[in-house]
Design a binder for this molecule. Structure first.
Ligand code: BGP
Length: 473
């Protein structure tokens, strides 16, 4: 048995996202976001009251305190502050976030605050979303407003949560609104614009001289070839470029390597679309931001194993937790396969803790100038069973998952990789964007009828870890 130690000043956090927890989607003048319209049209998930965090944040922060969780990821719902995305300000939204941050500090819970976590104001989506200059300019203005307004209360800022999930699901798989499919060029254009607007915001933050740190959060799922064949290796390289490299280059290096661009071009052209324009003048903006970036957040859930695929795009999203139903074959990229010796969740997410270590090492080796890394999301979706108010929910598979992944984080720290904190996705149960309320991730069980909270076994386990700061093989 080997015992690994986590640093004394390590953050043991829990993560949330505004739209997934707050509810109150029509309260206090909040404007419409893309999910309001989309979920209403789909008629599947009701985002109200979600985990009712808008009213119950004091309960959840009290739980953080009780369970020695010393950091929380929250996001600001842009449309609570600027209902139309730009222009008229809603003071009630501003007041809510002041109250939330105040309560965080009263409870000794450091807020890590994301400016954009998938919830684009509908008014800006109508103007073209990430593909429109108007949206990008409005995002910079909103960010500057937040720095000025909340700068005394927030020390850790995140510009965008998972730009890759956003663009990929909006333009390629069609699982996020406005649900376009197979639009690879638009997907990369949206990614390019996100990298650039992220950089503009970082540069504005630094120019403002705020006392705090700023970073970006990427979904980094590690990609491996399914076999040593050249075709499978190339499929893995293409998938990695699509899901990881294009962002890492843009935000952490401030420069797209020739190899990354060649892979991107190959994907776009294989889909009979035109390569996007990389503007030389943008590089200065990107480089400046990359050089002064304080941290990168890594969201790691699973790894992907790729086989070459030369046919058409075939997607089936396993949103219902029926194992073995997910299909992802991407033209010009490859097919995701499931090695028989690896376990997976009911939603077909392959459980591979070593992928966490490999990803951290890759980020550190390839982008060595990034001073700090946080695991901003990691966790296991599970169909938790409620056994009654007096019984803690038995979520042994989740504990096993968390333990195995945090162990890899501890190994990375021992090997000199500067990981400063870890956030379990999620703090409390909330709904999942494309999978609804039955895919639970929380340390705290939420009865969505009564909104009562119950600690799961994993919450007790996590408190033990935060106290001992030791984890063993
Ligand atoms: C990340 C998002 C989170 C959360 C999580 C779990 O991509 O940042 O908001 O939803 O994934 O994913 P899912 O809800 O699809 O299971």
């Amino acid at each position: 048995m080997t015992v690994y130690h986590l640093p004394e000043d390590f953050y043991f956090g829990g993560a949330t996202a505004a739209y997934q927890v707050e509810g109150a989607t029509k309260e206090d003048g909040k404007g419409e976001v893309i999910w309001d319209k989309y979920l209403h049209e789909q008629g599947t998930i009701n985002p109200d009251p979600a985990a009712d965090f808008y009213h119950r944040y004091p309960t959840d922060l009290d739980l953080c305190k009780k369970f020695h969780i010393n950091a929380i990821r929250v996001s600001i719902d842009w449309a609570r502050i600027f209902p139309e995305g730009t222009g008229k300000l809603e003071p009630r939204g501003v007041a809510y976030y002041h109250k939330l941050f105040k309560k965080c500090h009263e409870d000794g819970v450091e807020p890590f605050v994301t400016l954009h976590h998938f919830d684009t104001p509908q008014a800006l989506q109508d103007k073209g979303g990430w593909l429109s200059e108007e949206m990008l300019d409005a995002f910079v203005d909103y960010a500057k407003f937040c720095f000025k307004e909340f700068g005394d209360e927030v020390k850790y800022w995140i510009t965008i949560n998972e730009p890759t999930s956003m663009a990929g699901q909006q333009y390629v798989s069609g699982t996020f609104p406005p649900a376009y499919t197979n639009e690879f060029a638009k997907c990369f254009q949206a990614e390019y614009n996100q990298n650039l607007v992220h950089a503009r915001i970082v540069n504005a933050f630094k120019a403002g001289g705020y006392d705090g740190k700023i970073g970006v959060v990427h979904a980094l799922q590690t990609v491996y070839p399914a076999s040593p064949s050249e075709g499978d290796k190339h499929a893995a390289a293409l998938k990695d470029a699509l899901e990881n490299r294009f962002y890492l280059d843009g935000t952490l290096a401030g420069h797209y390597s020739d190899e990354t661009l060649a892979l991107v071009q190959e994907i776009i052209e294989a889909n009979d679309q035109q390569m996007i324009e990389i503007k030389p003048e943008d590089e200065e903006v990107l480089t400046k931001a990359a050089k002064s970036l304080d941290f990168v957040g890594v969201n790691y859930y699973f790894s992907k194993f790729m086989k070459e695929h030369h046919g058409e795009n075939v997607f089936h999203h396993n949103g219902g937790g029926e194992k073995g139903t997910d299909v992802n074959k991407m033209k010009g990229v490859g097919e995701e396969v499931h090695p028989t010796d690896l376990p997976a969740t009911d939603w077909d997410w392959i459980i591979y803790p070593k992928g966490m270590y490999d990803q951290l090492k890759r980020v550190h080796d390839n982008y060595p100038d990034v001073p700090e890394i946080y695991i901003t999301e990691n966790g296991m979706g599970y169909k938790d069973k409620f056994l009654g108010p007096d019984k803690a929910i038995d979520d042994a598979p989740r504990i096993q998952y968390l333990k195995a992944h945090i162990l890899e984080v501890a190994k990375a720290i021992q090997d000199g990789i500067p990981v400063k904190g870890y956030f379990v996705w999620s703090l409390q149960d909330q709904f999942s964007w494309t999978n609804g309320y039955s895919k639970r991730y929380g340390l705290f069980y939420v009865d969505f009828e009564t909104q009562a909270r119950y600690p799961k076994q994993s919450a007790y386990w996590y408190r033990g870890l935060a106290d001992s700061k030791q984890i063993s093989t």
